[in-house]
Design a binder for this molecule. Structure first.
Ligand SMILES: [Zn+2]
Length: 329
């Protein structure tokens, strides 16, 4: 585990110790609090002696994401007791349900725009982020990937969801929203956690403005734009969010003609493995070009079908998220 993460965990444990001690001083008879305090002390002792993060059954390292989410964990996933395993499964099932509940409606259509997405976590929860939010005559769309895997990454995803929804609801310009979220993630994210992200704003208003899109690509894979058979890749113009507090973010503006298509995806698609190597952006770009006349839902399902053919028996190793947005005016 990186030094910065160890120091993050150390601070977390010291903070918990401080808080527990002040509560224990008020309620000295509480056995649960006493036990919790002993656990925190024992974790601090392990940090001091260099055995922190090693499973007490097999002495192998405990999963990094689980430690970042709960610094008191002492056993790797393989060595949980039956009771712990069942409790963890219940927590994960609930987290998975909550995360699904954050997704936008399927096949959302708003004035002049038709959308479709596919969201497939590899495990119960995902660090992929996908949202569509019509607000005040505009359609906001977001697709991103929080670094890391599992529960810690999924917490980053839920944070992004809440931040975007609240800041959009305040009527802020997209550039300000992106800047605020970057600062917030720099200050409060888990150690070493950042998010690559594409977010955009499509006008749904008067005829003259329909088709106007403002787009930010912060360290994410390119967005594929198809218009009248021509394909453009809209590449990243900035750092991932949560990496540098001082980073500035520039948007690109595009006018998408009627029937134009935007296609957004995470690396679970472009880096999927088949018998002949990686799926790749070129194969995807060629496919999306051929699908230019299809509705958004058909674009998404054709991509999934192509991925299935390509991957064959090779298992997926990452979350897969796709989003198609068609100017349907
Ligand atoms: Zn173990």
């Amino acid at each position: 585990m990186a030094a910065a993460e160890m120091s993050f965990l150390h601070n977390q444990l010291e903070e918990r110790k401080r808080r527990l001690e002040s509560v224990v001083a008020l309620t000295p008879e509480d056995a649960n609090l006493e036990a919790l305090l002993r656990e925190v002390d024992s974790a601090l002792d392990r940090l001091a002696s260099g055995t922190y993060g090693l499973c007490e059954a097999c002495h192998d390292t405990v999963e990094r994401d689980r430690l970042l989410a709960d610094p008191l964990i002492r056993y790797c996933l393989d060595h949980l007791t039956g009771h712990e395993r069942a409790a963890l499964q219940r927590d994960l099932d609930l987290a998975s349900e909550l995360q699904r509940g954050l997704l936008p409606p399927a096949d959302l259509k708003v004035d002049g725009w038709e959308t479709s997405y596919h969201y497939a976590p590899l495990g119960p929860v995902s660090g992929d982020y996908c949202d569509l939010y019509p607000y005040n005559g505009q359609l906001f769309f977001m697709l991103g990937d929080v670094s890391g895997k599992g529960v810690a990454a999924s917490m980053g995803m839920t944070q992004l969801h809440a931040l975007f929804r609240s800041l959009i609801g305040m009527g802020l310009p997209l550039a300000e929203i992106v800047g605020h979220i970057n600062c917030f993630l720099c200050g409060s994210g888990l150690a070493g956690q950042y998010a690559t992200l594409v977010c955009g704003r499509a006008n749904t208003g008067g005829d003259a403005e329909l088709g106007n899109i403002e787009l930010f690509n912060a360290g994410h894979l390119p967005v594929i734009a198809v218009e009248q058979g021509n394909v453009r890749l809209l590449e990243s113009t900035g750092f991932p969010l949560g990496m540098f507090r001082e980073a500035s973010f520039t948007s690109s503006c595009l006018q998408l003609n009627a029937d134009g298509l935007l296609f957004l995806f995470t690396d679970g698609l472009s880096e999927a493995q088949g018998d002949d190597g990686e799926y790749g952006i070129e194969r995807l770009t060629n496919l999306v070009r051929r699908l230019a006349a299809c509705c958004a839902a058909d674009v998404v399902s054709a991509c999934l079908e192509d991925l299935r053919c390509f991957a064959g028996a090779n298992p997926g190793v990452d979350d897969v998220t796709l989003l198609a947005i068609r100017h349907a005016a």
